[in-house]
Design a protein around this ligand. Structure first.
Ligand SMILES: [Zn+2]
Length: 283
């Protein structure tokens, strides 16, 4: 039987938020059993909190935004991905701004901060979840199938990105902490040059730089240090999916077949899982 986990001590990271360009500090704090993952806005009066659940997602177009009317947090997916991979059931993510730092566009900085803080096992049982039947969501160019069963979360992912020299990209991954740090966590955010120009015109992506993302332009990839993996795009898509699925409030097991996944369909799938968990708990 697996037990719930939290951090041994609080961990801190500071940096620039992708869209606002503001400096933000994130402090992930240990939390008691059955707290779940809760974001707390310490910059707002009353320090409002919002639980990281699919039912609180208010926007999933360019990133995953959660809000309960009092606290709103943008771009939660990279932190959620690292928390899912490290089996952190309970923690408070304190932020002094509306969006966590983009850092290098991957979840590696969040993995490092969890590693540095250490993970502690709690008393209560950690209930992983697999759905009772096959789940399917589709929309735009995305298709996601969740096949229940098994001991771990396996993801088979096909990604395609306009103008990318290697297109499409396919990768299969089974979620396990060390493998995640080695194969997935380093995959950075990608942005199409045309989209970036549009984002900047809309006053977004102010904190974007070649430190924070790789830019695709005319079949070339522009980034500071070169690609970390030849198929870095599909790895980042898996990173995002692992983060978005954790919005069902539990670790999940089963096989996800994801064709061109995006936040909107990822969150829809997490919402289906969340509703089934709620129905099961109500019995
Ligand atoms: Zn992402």
């Amino acid at each position: 039987m697996e037990k719930q986990q939290t951090l041994k001590k609080s961990a801190l990271v500071s940096g620039i938020a992708l869209h606002t360009g503001a400096r933000v500090t994130v402090r992930i704090q240990p939390a008691p059993e059955n707290t779940g993952v809760v974001f707390r806005r310490v910059d707002l009066p009353g320090r409002p909190e919002v639980r990281a659940l699919a039912s609180h997602v208010v926007d999933a177009r360019r990133g995953t935004t959660i809000s309960n009317g009092k606290a709103t947090v943008f771009t939660v997916e990279h932190i959620m991905s690292a928390l899912h991979a490290f089996h952190i059931d309970n923690c408070i993510v304190e932020m002094d701004g509306q969006e966590p730092p983009i850092a290098d566009g991957s979840s590696l900085p969040y993995c490092r901060m969890i590693e540095e803080a250490g993970v502690v096992v709690q008393e209560a049982e950690s209930l992983s979840f697999t759905p009772s039947k096959i789940l399917y969501v589709e929309g735009g160019s995305s298709k996601l199938v969740f096949v229940p069963g098994g001991e771990s979360l396996r993801i088979s992912c096909l990604a395609s990105f306009r103008g990318c020299p290697i297109d499409p990209q396919f990768y299969e991954f089974t979620l396990e902490r060390e493998a995640y740090c080695r194969e997935i966590a380093g995959g950075r955010t990608f942005v199409d040059y045309g989209d970036l120009k549009q984002l900047l015109a809309m006053g977004l992506a102010k904190g974007g730089s070649l430190d924070a993302a790789a830019i695709i332009h005319d079949g070339a990839i522009i980034c500071k240090e070169g690609l970390r993996y030849p198929n870095e795009i599909v790895r980042h898509k898996i990173l995002d999916l692992i983060g978005d699925l954790y919005l069902c409030g539990r670790r999940v097991t089963g096989t996800v077949i994801a064709i061109k996944p995006g936040h909107s369909k990822n969150v829809e799938l997490a919402g289906m899982l969340l509703r089934e968990i709620a129905a099961m708990e109500a019995k």
